[in-house]
Design a protein around this ligand. Structure first.
Ligand code: NAI
Ligand code: MG
Length: 369
């Protein structure tokens, strides 16, 4: 039997509540579908700081490096607002991204039919929307040097951040985007600002060359990132896969996310490079939302972002594409049936808590086998 290893890092606040619903799905897949998931557990964020004085322990980092995939809940909360900067809860997530070398951040924006009217755009613009933003995550202006504030000595200071991209960084993120497009509608739109940025000129060249060399079967378009932002809210359905750098990707993925409704619905994946021997990629899956201290402990958080993150894990780490499709289908059906957590509640629907939402999705998932 195949063994598939998962490290669960539920974290703080609503993280553990949402993770509990994924645990039910894993248990079902193991017991009745022979999925062979082996799960281990660790601490990350504030709870890890309380236990070890660090946002993630070395032992848990080793487990993360050894696992096929990491499922991450959420970290942080007012309890840890005053802890030193280096060990603040978010440091656990940053350490994971860095040590696992997760350079590709995947943010889908899918509009479930039942929620189309909750979008800030007209329902017809978002109905059936299914786009994927592939954001470069480990390079660019967030990490480039020099990065400092210097005192100019004349009463003025200068803040400096530096956008840096090397060929190999652009090639590998473009490769991820083209490969994902092949499993979707076979289209990639690359976004940069080549009109004003040298790194944008290089980005455009390298994406074009990578396409010509290895992915000419995929349709490639280029757009300036500001125009891309306009197009995303004007006619989002024109896109399939969007590939862009760290900074533009940060903004464009948040814009795309809000086309489809609540934070409680949004999954994400972060992928590393394939291992040359096994072909396996390191990967971390997490909801976009945080620990939601305002609702933590009440059993009312929406677990869909976490469950949809697990669906991405099935698809991208284990190639269990049909199971991933079924799980997403189950989410859509439950929403169609009018079952809602508080954050996505609408007139005429039935409001449920976290566990009841998780159970309803599991029931719908089982029905598909
Ligand atoms: P947040 O995402 O935790 O919450 C924002 C708002 O959305 C809150 O009103 C919350 O109740 C609601 N919300 C979020 N997820 C929900 C869900 N699944 N179901 C229902 N409602 C949901 O962001 P906020 O309030 O800015 O940050 C709270 C804490 O989380 C902070 O300590 C922050 O640093 C941390 N954080 C952690 C992240 C992570 O672990 N990756 C990401 C963002 C924030
Ligand atoms: Mg952001």
């Amino acid at each position: 039997m195949t063994t598939r290893t998962l490290l669960l890092l539920p974290g703080d606040g609503i993280g553990p509540e949402a993770m509990a619903e994924v645990r039910k799905i894993i248990a079902y897949m193991n017991a009745e579908r022979g999925a062979g998931f082996t799960t281990d557990e660790g601490l990350v964020g504030g709870c890890a700081y309380d236990a070890h004085g660090a946002a993630i322990s070395e032992g848990d980092m080793e487990k993360a490096l050894a696992a096929d995939a990491v499922l991450f809940g959420a970290v942080g909360g007012p309890k840890w607002d005053a802890v030193p900067y280096e060990v603040r809860p978010e440091a656990g997530l940053l350490r994971l991204r860095k040590d696992l070398k997760l350079f590709a951040n995947l943010r889908p924006a899918i509009c479930y039919p039942a929620l189309a009217s909750a979008s800030s755009l007209k329902p017809e613009l978002v109905e059936g929307l299914d786009i994927l933003i592939v954001r470069e995550l480990t390079g660019g202006v967030y990490f480039g040097e020099p990065k400092e504030i210097i005192d100019l000595g004349n009463g003025q200071k200068r803040g400096i951040d530096t956008q840096v991209y090397d060929t190999y960084e652009i090639e590998r993120i473009a490769g991820v985007a083209f490969e994902l497009a092949r499993t979707r509608r076979n289209r990639v739109c690359s976004m940069e600002k080549r009109n004003v940025m040298k790194s944008g000129v290089l980005w455009n060249q390298v994406v074009t060359e990578t396409h010509k060399r290895s992915y000419s079967d995929v349709q490639l378009d280029h757009m300036l990132a500001d125009a891309g932002g306009m197009q995303l809210v004007r006619a989002p359905k024109q896109f399939d896969v969007i590939v862009t750098d760290n900074l533009f990707g940060d903004m464009l993925s948040d814009v795309a996310a809000m086309l489809t409704g609540s934070l409680g619905m949004l999954p994400s994946a972060s992928l590393g490079a394939p291992d040359p021997k096994t072909g396996k990629r390191k990967a971390l899956y997490e909801p976009v939302h945080g620990s939601a201290p305002d609702i933590a402990g009440k059993g009312i958080a929406n677990p869909i972002a976490m469950i949809a993150s697990f669906a991405m894990c099935l698809r991208y780490s284990f190639n269990l594409v049909e199971d991933a499709d079924r799980l997403e289908q189950a989410i859509a059906e439950v929403l169609d049936s009018g079952i809602r957590t508080g954050d996505i509640m609408a007139e005429g629907c039935r409001q449920v808590g976290t566990a009841e939402m998780g159970d309803a999705i599991l029931t719908a998932f089982r029905k598909h086998y």
